[in-house]
Each structure stands twice: as structure tokens, then as C-alpha cells.
Design a protein around this ligand. Sequence first.
Ligand code: SF4
Ligand code: SF4
Length: 89
Amino acid sequence: MKNYEFSTGAGITEKLTVSASCTGCGFCTRVCPMKNIELTEGKPHFNSNCVSCGACLQNCPLNAIHHRDEKSAARYRNPHIKPEELTYR
Ligand code: SF4
Ligand code: SF4
């Protein structure tokens, strides 16, 4: 599947961390346009088909995904868009 013209690979996932607040809800697996995330033992596992879109870390309902170099842990969500409207599966 190719939704973007960006190269795929580890991308930003090399610098992503998942905090203990992750509940294993699986929303990150559904919001990733590349289907690059799987749950392994209840935690997200990032494969090598990332296009660095940032959807996973921006949309985790528990704000559990962080980038090691992020300037802020704050996340913005457009209140006019329902989370389900952002999912790919
Ligand atoms: S969306 Fe957040 S809480 Fe849910 S599985 Fe992914 S990292 Fe964990
Ligand atoms: S949602 Fe975007 S940044 Fe996160 S793993 Fe998928 S392609 Fe990469």
C-alpha cells in the first residue's frame, strides 16, 4: 500500500517511545495510514513501513507515544474531527 510519496522505513519510529500509560487499546494501529503498527503483548510494535506522518503519536488517546526529541508532550486534536474519522481500519 502506498498512500504517500515519502520513502518508507523506520522513519520516526526509531525515536518513538511508549509510556506505561498505554492500555493496549489499539487505536494507534487503526490510525496509521501504512498499517505499520501491530499490538504485541498489548503494546504497539512499529514495523518498517513508516512514513513519519506522526498520526500515531498525535492521536493516542492516552498520550502514551512520545518522540525522544519532542519539544512538548502536548497534543492538539481538531475538535471538529471525530477520532474514528481518522482511522484506516
Ligand atoms: S493508542 Fe496509545 S494507548 Fe492505545 S495501544 Fe496505542 S499507544 Fe497504547
Ligand atoms: S502513524 Fe505515521 S508515524 Fe506512526 S508508525 Fe504509522 S506511518 Fe509511522
